[in-house]
Design a protein around this ligand. Structure first.
Ligand code: CA
Length: 224
């Protein structure tokens, strides 16, 4: 299981990371609320431990944004105060569990295990950006109510771009991930496939989701 720990206090983050690693979890640490969305769009986590008090975006706001994007990764909120109101706000915002500080590390580990079991049952296989959905099992894409047929290569390209949503994908990164090339064939292969995918997912719809970053590559996001 891979866990993302969002906590700005270095000692607490390190304490949690070590405890979870000792129990066999893979752990990534993110110290700033603004960086969480980028982290979850490139890596699939089985759970997120989210502190409420953070620099940048606070934990509750991060949580609301995740849920708005239909990200169903289980979230355990940590709070320094443990007030009833905050707990209710957290659960209303889509948290799966809540633990006030200070906590006993064994309890945190037990709660994370429980979340992981729950997520295994309901784990989403659908990638989503705005109203574009991509089912990673059936390889079917859908935008609004329209079904979109993709060839295998178009699917692989769209899947890579969606998993990297919000981050610029260079042509070389696309060649590596989608075609397994470790060299640039010097052709316009990537551009041709980008054009095909764009015709299918963007031409008839608003907002446009697949954007060209001139001279660098491509990025999927809701606003240009
Ligand atoms: Ca904090």
């Amino acid at each position: 299981m891979r866990i993302l720990v969002v906590e700005d206090e270095k000692k607490t983050a390190s304490f949690i990371r070590k405890a979870l690693q000792a129990e066999g979890f893979a752990v990534d640490v993110c110290p700033n609320g603004n960086e969480v969305l980028a982290a979850v769009s490139t890596t699939a986590f089985d759970g997120i431990i989210l502190d409420i008090m953070l620099p940048g975006r606070d934990g509750l706001s991060v949580l609301r944004q995740l849920r708005q994007r239909s990200d169903t990764t289980p979230v355990l909120l940590l709070s320094a105060r443990g007030e009833v109101n905050e707990r209710v706000d957290g659960l209303n915002a889509g948290a799966d569990d809540y633990l006030p500080k200070p906590f006993v590390i064994a309890e945190l580990v037990a709660r994370i295990r429980a979340l992981g079991r729950r997520s295994g049952e309901t784990k989403s296989t659908v990638l989503r950006l705005s109203d574009l959905l991509l089912d990673t099992v059936t390889h079917e894409a859908r935008r609004q109510e329209t079904r979109i047929e993709l060839t295998t290569r178009e699917y692989l390209l769209l899947e890579f771009l969606l998993r990297s949503a919000g981050r610029i994908c260079s042509r070389m990164a696309i060649l590596e991930k989608v075609w397994n090339y470790d060299f640039d064939p010097g052709s316009n292969l990537v551009d041709v496939y980008i054009k095909r995918v764009r015709e299918k997912i963007d031409d008839a719809f608003e907002p446009k989701l697949l954007h060209t970053v001139r001279g660098i590559g491509y990025v999927m996001k809701e606003t240009p």
